[in-house]
Each structure stands twice: as C-alpha cells, then as structure tokens.
Design a protein around this ligand. Sequence first.
Ligand code: RTP
Ligand code: MG
Length: 139
Amino acid sequence: MIENTLVLIKPDAFDKKYTGRILTCYEENGLKIKALKLLKMTPELAAKHYAEHIGKDFYDELVGFMTSAPLVAMVLTGENAIAKVRALNGATNPEKAAAGTIRKEYAQSVQHNAVHASDGLESAAREIHIFFNETEIFD
Ligand code: RTP
Ligand code: MG
C-alpha cells in the first residue's frame, strides 16, 4: 500500500548538518518527498504533535529540545512508507538501534535522537496536517 508519513529531522541532526545524508537515505530507499519545510516548533505545536506524551516524565525536556532550534519537517510517500521509515530510523534509543540505521549513525541519546516518524496511518494523517496544509503537499 502506498502511504504518506510525517518525518522530522530534529534540531540536533539539523544543527549538525546531517539533513542531506538523512534525505539521501530516505530517497535511496524508495521514498519520495511530497512536502518539505524548515521551521521552529512552538510549545503549542509541540503539544499538538506530542499530545500522546503530555504528562510523561520526559515531556517537558522533549518539548524544550524540540522548540530550541529549527528543524526540518517533511511528508514522505511510498510503498509501506510508515513502517519503512521507522525501520530506517531505528530504535528510539540509539544505543539499541541496529547498525546502519539513521539513529545509530546520527543520534546521541534517547532524547536527541535525530529523527521523528509517524507510527501508524492515523497518526500520519493527523501529524501531516499539523505541519502542512493541502497547498504545500505535492504528488
Ligand atoms: P518518534 O516519535 O520521535 O519517531 O520516536 P518514537 O516513536 O520511537 O518514540 P516515542 O515513544 O513516540 O517518543 C517520542 C520522543 O520522545 C523522546 N523520548 N524520550 N525516556 C525518555 O527520555 C524518552 N522517551 C522518549 C524521544 O526523543 C522520542 O523520539
Ligand atoms: Mg513516536
């Protein structure tokens, strides 16, 4: 099934100039960019995007980090894009991420872990529309 997914290159990886290498990884694995922008998250945007994590012990630190500096937001599309991108990203904690995954290569810690990707069809549809309107998404 062709799916769309919302991907963020988080402030740590953007600041370290890993954007090009991360985009190349996605493109070389059959994914296509449908939308792309640079932005700084606000606490309000973070609360929408991370609604499922509000109240967890890591939430305040997560929002502090995600709002600290610019990040890259994109919509990727392709066959099984949601699972494919999460496999390319690797485990949340880079210490547990498999060799060759983006988090193994480019992440420092469970918090500063380089990338985000939607975890299902419902979250993908919800997250895409937090960051992009229809005029910014191309086929
Ligand atoms: P993501 O949403 O970023 O693609 O990653 P994920 O599904 O693998 O991780 P999730 O459980 O959704 O957590 C969202 C982000 O919160 C930070 N986090 N910190 N124990 C902790 O300190 C902790 N747990 C999660 C990470 O930045 C994670 O990507
Ligand atoms: Mg998640």
